[in-house]
Design a protein around this ligand. Structure first.
Ligand code: GAP
Length: 520
């Protein structure tokens, strides 16, 4: 774990050193859990957002976009349940004065039990070799069965207490499981209490409470409120989706782990409106399709898993998280939720306006059900950085390289004249002028070539193009590949063809949508 902690610290300092992420208001000693994206960061973020947008809106004839305002009528949040139910159960350790989410403490306890079970399985696998039947061992080994039962029991009881809003029972469970504060090492806990996560603000000069507004805690409600506007103006037929990216705000109490949990962050959400009764089919479809999106980026499947929810949000009848193995453990990157007709019905009730759809195929009017996919852009960014960061030894010295999927790299092609003489800079500029329309290019003419390669490795540039005197004779350049560090001499005329496949979204998008016919 110490090693993983170390890697995470390196990702954070690398992000700052190379202009990916800065602490907000750093000159005033920073603002906790709020971050700014620098010149490299904004490019990576934009590329991830574009890839998501293209995979949703460009690739599906039945998904359209929306950009709803951050401010919404305050009744929106009453209807959505956020005023009454968007709470975290908090508990403080009296000795360390540290604050925790009670549910996270219990989930961490359960995860530890599962890890103990996994260790037993690993040991047995080693002992028995080829003949080892893992499934049978998990079902019959008393120790493994015991750990799994402890984990499941804790999570089940937690879900039941949260549902019943029984905070006393939740505290008693933490004590019974002998959960200790990682800082003080004691189990000296305060009562558990609920804390609403929405940020409030006011509109206009009036002091009366009718002007109280909330900063949206999710982008989804802008989509629900515009359901009919979009359906009618874009002439959408069910099933169809509305996609949106934008800022969301949550007054996170336990805000840790860099950009993983922020108070201001960006979501990429899509609400898919379906016939009542067909939601589970679409829920499975979107789980599968979203997983393929992640895999299309060449990420390691071993670092991914689904986590089906025991405790469902107030609006859902099924929910699953796509989790990634960050250096601090498996954590949620994306949620796929079957939200039923909860939101549209609630907005109908609070606004007095009908939010229904007439389905010409079955000659029926109904309130559609909704399956949502919701991914945090900042979390996806962090995932890419954690996946990408590596240190290697090359000829006795260290190279730090970001193995960012080439299509997402902030700089895709670095163009480098070997020296500043013999017309090399002019030729390099000529190539840059031609390539910049298709790729993110950077002209890099300073320092020794080895130093320039290291600089480009550190920001994840997949291709470096070097213009040298030999190439001036025969219209060639050398292309240097980030990951293998191999170099090849190629014709300038062949350059684009060589790299465009790997850099184009087309190549990656094609990998995702095998079951496309279902969603069209
Ligand atoms: N509309 C559904 C919804 O908002 P959620 O699971 O609360 O569901 C969706 O959030 C995604 O938003 C999460 O999977 C995560 O990636 C991202 N997210 C949530 N809270 C966040 C925070 N405080 N900082 C960064 N990302 C966050």
């Amino acid at each position: 774990m110490a090693q993983q902690d170390d890697i995470f610290k390196k990702v954070i300092s690398h992000s700052k050193e190379y202009g990916f992420v800065f602490q907000s208001s750093e000159i005033y000693d920073g603002l906790a859990a709020v971050y700014d994206y620098g010149p490299m960061g904004i490019e990576l973020k934009k590329n991830i957002r574009d890839y998501w947008w293209n995979s949703m809106v460009k690739m599906h004839e039945n998904i359209v976009g929306l950009d709803a305002a951050i401010f919404m009528h305050p009744t929106t949040w009453k209807a959505s349940g956020h005023v009454d139910a968007f709470n975290d159960p908090l508990v403080d350790n009296k000795d360390s004065k540290k604050r925790y989410r009670a549910d996270v403490l219990i989930e961490d306890y359960a995860e530890k039990q599962r890890e103990k079970g996994n260790k037993e399985v690993k040991k047995a696998k080693k002992r028995f070799g080829e003949s080892f039947d893992e499934a049978m061992f998990r079902q019959t080994n008393p120790r493994v069965v015991g750990y799994a039962a402890k984990a499941n029991d804790a999570v089940k009881r937690m879900a039941a207490y949260l549902d019943a809003e029984d905070l006393e029972a939740l505290k008693a469970l933490i004590e019974e499981l002998e959960i200790k504060c990682p800082v003080s090492g004691t189990g000296n806990w305060t009562e558990v209490r609920q804390f609403n996560l929405m940020f409030g603000t006011k509109m206009g000069a009036s002091a009366d409470s009718s002007s109280d507004l909330w900063l949206r805690p999710e982008t989804a409600q802008g989509i629900f409120a515009n359901f009919l506007n979009v359906q009618k103006t874009a002439r959408m037929k069910i099933p169809f989706g509305i996609a949106q990216t934008g800022k969301a705000f949550r007054n996170e109490i336990v805000a840790r782990q860099f950009i993983f949990r922020q108070r201001e962050f960006e979501q990429m959400e899509m609400q898919f409106f379906v016939r009542p009764g067909e939601e589970m089919k679409w829920y499975e479809y979107w789980k599968d399709t979203r997983y393929k999106w992640h895999m299309s980026l060449g990420l390691n499947p071993e670092n991914y898993r689904f986590h089906d929810h025991e405790k469902l949000a107030h609006y859902a009848n099924a929910a699953s998280d796509i989790e990634y193995k960050f250096p601090f453990g498996f954590k949620e990157v994306e949620g796929i939720h079957s939200r039923t007709d909860f939101d549209l019905k609630a907005h109908e009730a609070h606004s007095g306006k009908k939010l229904q759809y007439f389905d010409p195929e079955i000659n029926e009017r109904y309130t559609p059900y909704v399956v949502e996919t919701s991914i945090g852009l900042d979390r996806m960014f962090l995932l890419i950085m954690c996946h990408a960061y590596r240190e290697e030894e090359v000829n006795g010295s260290k190279r730090v390289v970001l193995g960012i999927p080439p299509m997402l790299a902030p700089v895709q092609v670095a163009i480098m004249p070997l020296t500043k003489k013999d017309g090399l800079p002019e030729k390099a500029r000529e190539i840059m002028e031609d390539m910049k329309y298709d790729f993110n290019c950077q002209y890099d003419g300073k320092d020794a070539i080895g130093k320039r390669y290291r600089r480009q490795d550190a920001i994840g540039t997949p291709y470096c193009i070097t213009i040298d005197p030999e190439g001036m004779e025969d219209d060639t350049v050398t292309i240097r590949y980030r990951d293998s560090m191999e170099q090849a001499r190629v014709k300038i005329a062949d350059l684009r063809g060589l790299i465009q496949d790997e850099l184009s979204m087309r190549t990656h998008l094609k990998k995702i949508l095998k079951k496309e016919s279902v969603a069209q």
